[in-house]
Structure formats: structure tokens, C-alpha cells
Design a protein around this ligand. Structure first.
Ligand code: PPS
Length: 352
């Protein structure tokens, strides 16, 4: 096999265009000091690193297996939390393994190959060792995570848990017929606050502008992965597909056990109340934050530690602590314009 899913692979219809230099310069001026060499996709309107261009067909045609569990989200909507929940549900007898390996290394974040040259990242030895052992003839430029994930022996191991922020529109349309997708959505106001923190933390973005400038860029889709609605809408429209489990971050927080029970049923797992409680505890914010302090996730080759960490607050409603009344009015209008036609009613308070 030379390409993902060769044999059934379709022609990749994704168009990828370089961002004009003046557009990139405008975004740098707004505060995204790390923006360089960017592209935008059609469909999806996704902003991404130029590396994505040559790799788009590998993602589009990725060979998902029937027992794969894909966690698909717009960034900062609860991806890592869901990864830990899913890993916990499928590894109940070996939860201790989480004290040895970060969640990023117990699952596959396939987009990484478009975001970073992982072969240059001396910090994440595990990823390179796993690649070398699973793919002795693998070529780094063809994607380290993509090839490692593809090489995970089927049947002998647990289901692959695959994380992606790429929207449905950047995968072959039969993705949902081939495996199960858990889609986590968060209210866009809190997602924006969390994304702002992330873009200050990670040097790929190195955001140094104001929160207001960030929020306007978020609404315009000038952040990585593009516009929130272009991501959420296609998944929401397919939420009744038998292979889609659409869940809100706020519901996971408020109705944890009930939501885990529904998720377990979707995955065909027979989990007792005691087991669900174990998973909820294992994936609770305090436990995940503490674990990350002991076995940190390698987020990218360079992060700005002064900004804080990945596990920031993990709460609902932080937007109201940071947004001015004017910014809230602007965001509210934008949310209503897009959420109403879809019929989504977001929750903004912990007990709503
Ligand atoms: S990423 O980088 O896009 O994959 O980020 P993602 O994991 O989607 O979202 C990060 C936010 O989720 C919070 N988080 C949690 N909240 C509740 N419970 C648990 N267990 C949990 N784990 C992570 C994390 O703190 C980020 O939100 P903020 O609001 O920034 O704290």
C-alpha cells in the first residue's frame, strides 16, 4: 500500500490554496506572531499549515477500520477529555497505564502530521520510537502518526482511538459508514476563551494581541481549523446517523454519568454503574490535570510556559469573566445568526 486506503481510495476533491502574503501579514499584525506558511481549504474554509497541502489526500482517504473510534471536534471543545473517557472505557483493566503514558500517546492525533514536523521534535521520543518499531520502512515525510496509526496491528489490540480536528468535509463521505465518530461540541463563547489561551500557549500561533482581536479572528475563521460553524454544522446535520454520537461539553459536565452511560451504549459496551463511575473519576479534570503534571502531553515543539498549562480551568461560563459587554453583544448576535437556523441551543452556565 502506498497511499491511505489504496484500492478504495477516491480522488481527493479538497482544494488547498496558499494564503496571500498580505493576508498572512494582516493576521500577524492582529497578534498571531507565529503565523507563517499557511493555507486554506475548500471545502471547510480551514486555515492550516502548508504541510497539509501535500497530505490532504492521505487524510481524505485515511483507512478507518470498523472498530475505530474517532473523536472529532472543533479545537478546545473537550477533545482530550473525551479521549480519556474513551480510553478509560476500553481499557478498564489497565487504567494504571495512564500514569506511564500521556493520553496523546495512548491515542492517535492524526492532524499532527500536518501541524508539525514530528521528526524534529526531540522532546517526544515515544512518538518516534513507536513509529520506528511499527513502521521500520516508514518515511517521516508521509506522516509519522498517520503511518503509525495505520500500522497498529488490527484484531490483536484494542480499538484505535483517533483524534482529529479536521471537519467531516475533509474526509471521504463514507467515513461514517466505516467507523464510529464521537463529536464533542462546546458553546462557542467558552471555546473561544479556551482557544485564546491555547494560541498564547503554543508557539505555532504565538498570539500576542488583545482578547477582542482574537475573538474577532475566531468569529471570522482566521484561527487554525477555520470557522466554528463550518465544523459544527456538517456534524450536527448528521447527528442521527447510527455511527455518530454528538455530545455537548456542557452536558458531559452537568450529567456526567448519564452521558457516559449513553456513550457506552453507542459503543456497544456493557458497563456497570461502578465501571462508569471509575471512568468518570479517571477522566475528571483534577485527575487529568494532576496526571499531566506527572506525565505531560507533548503539545508541540515549543510552548510558552509563562502562559500556564493545557488544563486551564475546565469550567462552563468563563466567557462571562473575560468578555466586555460590547464583545458579548457582538458574539451573541453571531451565535444567534448561525445557531438558530441549525436549531442548536447552547448552554453558557454550569447549571443551565
Ligand atoms: S484541543 O487542544 O483542541 O485538543 O483542546 P480540547 O481538549 O478540545 O479542549 C481543552 C479544554 O478542555 C478542558 N478540559 C476539561 N474540562 C473538563 N473536564 C476535563 N476532564 C477536561 N480536560 C480538559 C481544558 O481545560 C480546556 O478548557 P479550558 O476552558 O481552557 O480550561
Amino acid at each position: 500500500m502506498t497511499e491511505e486506503g489504496e484500492g478504495q481510495a477516491g480522488r481527493c476533491p479538497v482544494r488547498v490554496q496558499e494564503l496571500p502574503p498580505e493576508e498572512e501579514a494582516r493576521l500577524v499584525t492582529l497578534g498571531f506572531k507565529g503565523y507563517t506558511g499557511l493555507v486554506r481549504t475548500q471545502p471547510g474554509g480551514m486555515l492550516m499549515k502548508a504541510r497539509y497541502k501535500e497530505m490532504a489526500p492521505r487524510f481524505y482517504n485515511f483507512d478507518f477500520r470498523p472498530d475505530d473510534i474517532v473523536v472529532m471536534t472543533y479545537p478546545k471543545c473537550g477533545t482530550t477529555w473525551m479521549q480519556e473517557i474513551l480510553w478509560g472505557m476500553t481499557h478498564l483493566d489497565e487504567l494504571d497505564e495512564a500514569d506511564r503514558l500521556a493520553i496523546s500517546n495512548r491515542t492517535y492525533f492524526i492532524d499532527s502530521d500536518a501541524l508539525y514536523r514530528l521528526e524534529d521534535q526531540i522532546k517526544d521520543r515515544y512518538v518516534m520510537e513507536r513509529f520506528r518499531s511499527l513502521c521500520p520502512d516508514g518515511r517521516p515525510e508521509q506522516g509519522i502518526i498517520l503511518q503509525s496509526c495505520r500500522a497498529q496491528p488490527p484484531h490483536l489490540t484494542k480499538p484505535r482511538i483517533i483524534k482529529t480536528h479536521f471537519p467531516l468535509s475533509l474526509y471521504r463521505p463514507d467515513l461514517l459508514d466505516r467507523c464510529r465518530v464521537v463529536y464533542v461540541c462546546r458553546n462557542p463563547k467558552d471555546a473561544c476563551v479556551s482557544y485564546h489561551h491555547h494560541c498564547r500557549l503554543i508557539n505555532t500561533y504565538r498570539f500576542e494581541g488583545s482578547f477582542e482581536a482574537f475573538t474577532k479572528s475566531f468569529m471570522a475563521g482566521d484561527v487554525f481549523y477555520g470557522r466554528f460553524w463550518d465544523h459544527v454544522a456538517p456534524a450536527w446535520e448528521r447527528r442521527r446517523h447510527p455511527h455518530v454520537h454528538f455530545v455537548f461539553y456542557e452536558d458531559l459536565q452537568r450529567h456526567g454519568l448519564q452521558q457516559l452511560h449513553k456513550l457506552g451504549r453507542f459503543l456497544g459496551l456493557q458497563l456497570s454503574r461502578e465501571q462508569l463511575e471509575m471512568v468518570a473519576k479517571h477522566a475528571s479534570f483534577p485527575q487529568m490535570k494532576a496526571r499531566d503534571a506527572r506525565v505531560p502531553m507533548v503539545l508541540s515543539s515549543s510552548t510558552n510556559g509563562a502562559v500556564g498549562g493545557f488544563f486551564r480551568k475546565g469550567i462552563t461560563g468563563d466567557w462571562s469573566n473575560v468578555a466586555s459587554a460590547e464583545l458579548d453583544a457582538l458574539m451573541e448576535e453571531w451565535v444567534q445568526e448561525h445557531a438558530e437556523p441549525l436549531g442548536i441551543r447552547f448552554k453558557y452556565a454550569p447549571c443551565e
